[in-house]
Design a protein around this ligand. Structure first.
Ligand code: GKR
Ligand code: MG
Length: 424
């Protein structure tokens, strides 16, 4: 089997005005959609970062992968490494909220973008679901959590009609957002993106969620925007409210000290983002749960390797997300289904994406009882809707955004806004 065509199509889809530690989401999120076509008529799909540096590497790789055997993942990795070495990407400010955009992740994220499509093609050619190439499914449905955000009602300059979720700044509004998300998708656990408003207020919102949803595991994620002192103070207020405390304070040392002082289980997608940081984290006992993400951990198989390392060192494992569509969600689901020690419901931004902006046939994937279900369809089980792909590519071309910048976007609301970490 030989690869005869590769397509990398950048897309942009509407993204709500969600608040975070850096600022606020821009009106459009960027992704790339990868197609890998073989001489015997199979097409494998991948989804990855659509920011300019990531896209440039994916596009450079396009022609170099023609003629390759999609089973040869070692060759894919070697070609990716050589291409990145020859075209060193520049570092991007504020990349910690989109770890895949960081220059140090260029190899792992470009490799992952194509590895998923290669594995999809391999599985299709054998008429097997992709998860079977990862050792088989240990579960046929993967749990995700309700991912809540503080948000404004609409974007600055109103680029399009406001989303249907409305403003969420108060406790009551956050509880209403959770209720709607849980009613629609059946989620059984709740994550609150924090680091955006006063810490005491964010903790009050956790208390309100605890009261409204008794027994639901709760998590708060300030994205390293709280100092060590603030994180300790908030930990005292939170008591045993949390399932885990996600990235409250920056740095491996800061997290280690926080764990020592509070004993709380700490999770991260910020201080352990590669195997070197993993090693240092184990030495310091910085975190107890690693949130994997195949997009920057080097693909589905390296995510399994990470899960194995977590098992070896007695750490929990779950999954991080950025704004994404169905191909990413399905790849996350297949790998999560093949990780025996997946201990917690995974994150997903998927409910925040609009139903008319999916690129696969059949529209948005269902999330039922908080889970994405695996099917026995070959590969990822997804087909592209080319009209939708074209529409979202046109939107990419016209939206004017080429690199995520939540700080610059916040300056449209608050001109004095600066990137400060930790802010509180
Ligand atoms: O979408 O604003 C966001 C999140 O803050 C995202 O950028 C983070 O990478 O979801 C992520 C997280 O768990 O830190
Ligand atoms: Mg996080």
């Amino acid at each position: 089997m030989k690869i005869i065509r590769i397509a990398v199509t950048p897309i942009a889809f509407r993204d709500p005005p969600l608040l975070n530690a850096s600022g606020i989401h821009e009106p459009f999120a960027l992704r790339s959609i990868i197609e890998v076509e073989t001489d015997n008529g199979y097409i494998g799909l991948g989804e990855s970062y659509g920011d300019a540096p990531a896209l440039a590497i994916q596009q450079q790789l396009q022609s170099q992968l023609i003629g390759m055997d999609p089973f040869n993942l070692n060759q894919l990795r070697a070609v990716v490494k050589a291409t990145v070495a020859a075209n060193k990407p520049a570092s991007v400010a504020g990349a910690e909220l989109a770890p895949g955009s960081h220059a140090s992740k260029a190899v792992s994220n470009a490799y992952s973008a194509f590895e998923v499509a290669f594995l999809d093609v391999q599985a299709r050619s054998m008429n097997l679901p992709l998860v079977d190439l990862l050792g088989g499914a240990v579960r046929d449905r993967v749990p995700f959590s309700a991912y809540l955000f503080f948000k404004y009602a609409q974007h600055a300059d109103s680029p399009y009609a406001p989303d249907s979720w409305g403003e969420a700044l108060s406790e009551a509004q956050i509880v209403a957002q959770a209720r709607r998300m849980i009613e629609a998708y059946g989620f059984k656990s709740i994550k609150l993106k924090a680091g955006a408003l006063e810490p005491e207020h964010e903790v009050s919102c956790i208390k309100a969620l605890k009261k409204a949803f008794p027994g639901y595991p709760l998590r708060i994620d300030p994205n390293g925007n709280w100092s060590l002192e603030t994180s300790i103070r908030m930990a005292e207020l939170l008591g045993d409210d949390l399932q885990y405390y996600e990235d409250p304070t920056p740095g491996l040392e800061g997290m280690a000290e926080l764990h020592k002082r509070t004993g709380l289980p700490l999770a991260t997608n910020m201080v352990v983002t590669d195997f070197d940081e993993f090693r240092r984290s184990v030495a310091l006992n910085s975190v107890q749960i690693v949130l994997a993400d195949h997009h920057y951990w080097g693909g589905l198989r390296d995510t399994q390797a990470l899960a194995k390392m977590c098992e070896t060192f007695g750490l929990g494992v779950s999954m991080h997300s950025n704004s994404h569509l169905a191909i990413s969600l399905m790849a996350m689901t297949h790998v999560a289904a093949a990780v025996p020690n997946l201990d917690f419901a995974c994150d997903t931004h998927y409910p925040w994406q609009e139903p008319d902006e999916e690129v696969i046939k059949g529209g948005k994937l269902p999330i039922v009882d908080g889970c994405v279900h695996l099917t026995r369809e070959p590969g990822l089980g997804l087909e592209l809707d080319y009209d939708q792909l074209g529409k979202l590519n046109d939107q990419f071309l016209s939206c004017g955004i080429r690199q995520r910048d939540d700080v610059r976007q916040m300056q449209k609301y608050k001109p004095e806004w600066k990137a400060v970490k930790p802010r509180y």
